[in-house]
Design a binder for this molecule. Structure first.
Ligand SMILES: Nc1ncnc2c1ncn2[C@@H]1O[C@H](COP(=O)(O)OP(=O)(O)OP(=O)(O)O)[C@@H](O)[C@H]1O
Length: 263
């Protein structure tokens, strides 16, 4: 890890984080310091504990054990104060669907305590940049998956948070919208803000992120700058498969009945 990222105050500090759901251990002692001002990917196979970790980090789910600090402030001592400084696009975000996209932003802005004129200005710009201006008066319930991600992102950015947490922001998003989202996020991190997003799409993480944490089985397997985590492997995907121990296993070798039309 570089000197700067070791000495600077991390955007997020996670210490000894645990979460169990009955017998199921979802997060099994996560310690991480996420550097500020970077595009950070949280990757891992299905069920690795990414969503559970992000929920605990962003004040949505109380940890069984452990602490989280965002920009030096303890999340669980005062979740409301921390939530004012961050933006979150959770998985399966539930929105006020009977509002139009513009109404949703106006409502979110007022909840965030922004003056009406400022909300209007920012909403117009975000709708424009995210290519939603033409659909701003349509009800959110009638939005496509990609449009929902974009309006959710606009709502998460409206108060200009110091850090943004996105759970699978590109899932179900077409390549054009993905490029738009990407451009907005790159601009945001270039200004010194931090983006943390979870994904299983390794190519995306490799092309977008400067820093990555790999989770499996509720633990962090490795973390650091993308080039360090990739090491000598040709791609991040190869490094990841090696780390989670599935490299070389022939997928589907037991499915000898599958294919060919034979019953
Ligand atoms: N509310 C819950 N009740 C019971 N078990 C849960 C709950 N939420 C998560 N889990 C379990 O915790 C583990 C981690 O789940 P989590 O959703 O955090 O993983 P993930 O890495 O985000 O997975 P995916 O990539 O598939 O979304 C899984 O085994 C999951 O079944």
């Amino acid at each position: 890890m570089g000197r700067d990222t070791e000495t600077a105050v991390p955007a997020v500090r996670i210490e000894g984080l645990w979460k169990r759901f009955g017998e199921q251990v979802a997060v099994a002692g996560v310690d991480l310091a996420l550097p500020a001002g970077q595009f950070i990917g949280l990757v891992g196979p299905n069920g690795a504990g990414k969503t559970t970790t992000l929920s605990m980090v962003t004040g949505l789910l109380r940890p069984d054990q452990g602490r989280v600090e965002i920009c030096g402030q303890d999340v669980w001592q005062d979740p409301a104060a921390v939530k004012a400084r961050i933006g979150v696009l959770p998985e399966g975000l539930r929105m006020f669907e009977r509002l139009s996209g513009r109404e949703l932003l106006a409502y979110t802005g007022r909840l965030r305590g922004l003056p009406g004129a400022e909300v209007d200005k920012r909403a117009t710009q975000l709708l424009d940049v995210l290519d939603l201006a033409g659909s701003q008066h349509k009800l959110v319930v009638d939005y496509s998956t990609g449009m929902r991600k974009k309006i959710g992102l606009a709502a998460a950015l409206l108060h200009n948070p110091e850090a943004l947490f996105l759970d699978e922001p590109f899932e179900g998003v077409d390549p054009v919208s993905a490029q738009t989202i990407r451009a907005v996020l790159e601009r945001y991190t270039a200004s010194g803000a931090t983006v943390v997003f979870s994904s299983h799409v390794m190519e995306l993480v490799e092309s977008l992120c400067s820093w990555v944490a790999v989770m499996a089985g509720g633990r962090v397997r490795t973390h650091g700058p993308v080039a360090e985590v990739r090491g000598d492997a040709p791609t991040l995907q190869d490094a990841f498969l090696e780390l989670v121990g599935v490299r070389g296993r022939a997928a589907g070798e037991d499915l000898d009945w599958l294919g060919g039309g034979a019953r």
